[in-house]
Design a protein around this ligand. Sequence first.
Ligand code: HEM
Ligand SMILES: *[C@@H]1O[C@H](CO)[C@@H](O)[C@H](O)[C@H]1NC(C)=O
Ligand SMILES: *[C@@H]1O[C@H](CO)[C@@H](O)[C@H](O)[C@H]1NC(C)=O
Ligand SMILES: *[C@@H]1O[C@H](CO)[C@@H](O)[C@H](O)[C@H]1NC(C)=O
Ligand SMILES: *[C@@H]1O[C@H](CO)[C@@H](O)[C@H](O)[C@H]1NC(C)=O
Ligand SMILES: *[C@@H]1O[C@H](CO)[C@@H](O)[C@H](O)[C@H]1NC(C)=O
Ligand SMILES: *[C@@H]1O[C@H](CO)[C@@H](O)[C@H](O)[C@H]1NC(C)=O
Ligand SMILES: *[C@@H]1O[C@H](CO)[C@@H](O)[C@H](O)[C@H]1NC(C)=O
Ligand SMILES: *[C@@H]1O[C@H](CO)[C@@H](O)[C@H](O)[C@H]1NC(C)=O
Length: 346
Amino acid sequence: MAFVRHIVAALFYVVLLERSVSFAQDQLTPTFYDQTCPNVTNIIRGILLNAAINDPRITASLVRLHFHDCFVQGCDGSILLDDPDTTEKVALPNNNSARGYEVIDQMKAALENVCAQTVSCADILTIAAEESVVLAGGPSWKVPLGRLDSRSANRSLANTALPGFNEPLDDIKAKFAAVGLDTSVDVVALSGAHTFGRAQCFTFDQRLYNFSGTGDQDPDLNETLAARLREICPTVGLTNLTNLDQTTPDVFDNTYFKNLQVEEGLLRSDQILFSTQGADTVGIVNDFSSNQTAFFEDFVESMIRMGNIRPLADVIGEVRLNCRVVNANISIAATDAEDARLVSST
Ligand code: HEM
Ligand SMILES: *[C@@H]1O[C@H](CO)[C@@H](O)[C@H](O)[C@H]1NC(C)=O
Ligand SMILES: *[C@@H]1O[C@H](CO)[C@@H](O)[C@H](O)[C@H]1NC(C)=O
Ligand SMILES: *[C@@H]1O[C@H](CO)[C@@H](O)[C@H](O)[C@H]1NC(C)=O
Ligand SMILES: *[C@@H]1O[C@H](CO)[C@@H](O)[C@H](O)[C@H]1NC(C)=O
Ligand SMILES: *[C@@H]1O[C@H](CO)[C@@H](O)[C@H](O)[C@H]1NC(C)=O
Ligand SMILES: *[C@@H]1O[C@H](CO)[C@@H](O)[C@H](O)[C@H]1NC(C)=O
Ligand SMILES: *[C@@H]1O[C@H](CO)[C@@H](O)[C@H](O)[C@H]1NC(C)=O
Ligand SMILES: *[C@@H]1O[C@H](CO)[C@@H](O)[C@H](O)[C@H]1NC(C)=O
């Protein structure tokens, strides 16, 4: 049973919103800010466009940030918190890798100027991801909104919940299942986000040299591409960058799937979607490779499903004023946006 609690402290208004899985999902709606912050998407887009002038990679980075937020306690902005003891930013999949935090800060600051205490950081990440896909040439969609920000982060969960570049397909599927996602279409469609952005050498160089102790390269890696990658990554363990999609690096399209068919997936976790004998992912790769519309439609559905990931247990949420820190108790006041989510109080 979903419920919301109103706690009024003696000196301060303190509103802590307690919600369950079903409550949160039922409440998400694209019209959530129509009355309270109607220009939210334009404001986010404006800052994104400005950031992309000097940093075309930012679109990819923001999509990844949303993914890394949602897989850890649900889409709750937990990845943005800076508390040194718990911050997810230094978890293995994120440290020196996840990026775009400053751009999210700019979006938050602009929104606080126009509609204070209204738009959650988790929603900013979600809208920024959609606008990034659009800016890179991909599909647009109506983004369900109304998430709250967490009051905590969890680094150890970030270390275990996010999939790794060397994990077997079954382990990757298990991590998608653990957050309530589908293990075939969601895995393949969302991996299609590797149609843009960059990766560091150490995330794929084990495929170039002595793969699994064989003394040779990964047999599922195109030899022409392997030779090119060995020039970028002359020894193992480097942080040099290369494009995840070697063909159209900054465009959101379906060439990622065409690349997999000619063994040009950059990460092992990419290539196994196509190269694992008998896997149910192979047919989906072929489908998306031959039909970009099919990819775009499924990608949108999967992004909305990923955006719906909620914590398994009830959590206490808020609209953070600064995405990097939880609110001090005194600063939280009930806004109209929050009131819209109050279904009962005790
Ligand atoms: C299926 C399992 C996945 C694995 C193992 C994986 C792993 C990785 C790795 C290792 C990188 C490169 C990081 C670096 O070198 O610093 C990367 C980049 C990226 N990932 Fe994934 N990823 C997965 C799924 C996803 C999903 C579901 C999305 C989004 C929907 C996504 C979006 C991205 C993007 C856009 C980049 C480029 C980011 C940038 O250039 O800043 N990935 N991923
Ligand atoms: C909405 O935001 C955009 C981008 O920042 C701005 O150009 C426009 O004037 C805003 N519109 C309104 C009605 O505030
Ligand atoms: C994160 O990376 C920095 C180097 O930039 C390193 O000093 C630090 O130990 C890393 N943190 C963790 C938790 O691995
Ligand atoms: C953090 O996640 C771990 C699982 O990795 C879990 O055991 C732990 O209870 C979580 N901590 C908090 C404070 O939620
Ligand atoms: C490859 O790795 C295996 C196992 O780690 C090792 O025994 C072998 O010497 C390595 N071969 C080369 C050429 O480095
Ligand atoms: C790769 O990185 C190393 C060390 O950071 C650097 O010396 C080298 O020039 C880089 N190589 C390429 C091809 O970018
Ligand atoms: C490797 O890539 C080349 C050039 O893109 C292509 O012609 C060839 O068919 C690919 N090899 C395999 C095994 O897919
Ligand atoms: C491509 O996929 C779309 C969406 O699933 C479908 O409507 C269309 O018929 C497909 N096109 C072809 C040529 O198969
Ligand atoms: C909020 O109040 C609780 C209970 O008084 C206290 O434990 C907590 O540290 C406070 N949090 C902040 C951010 O001030």
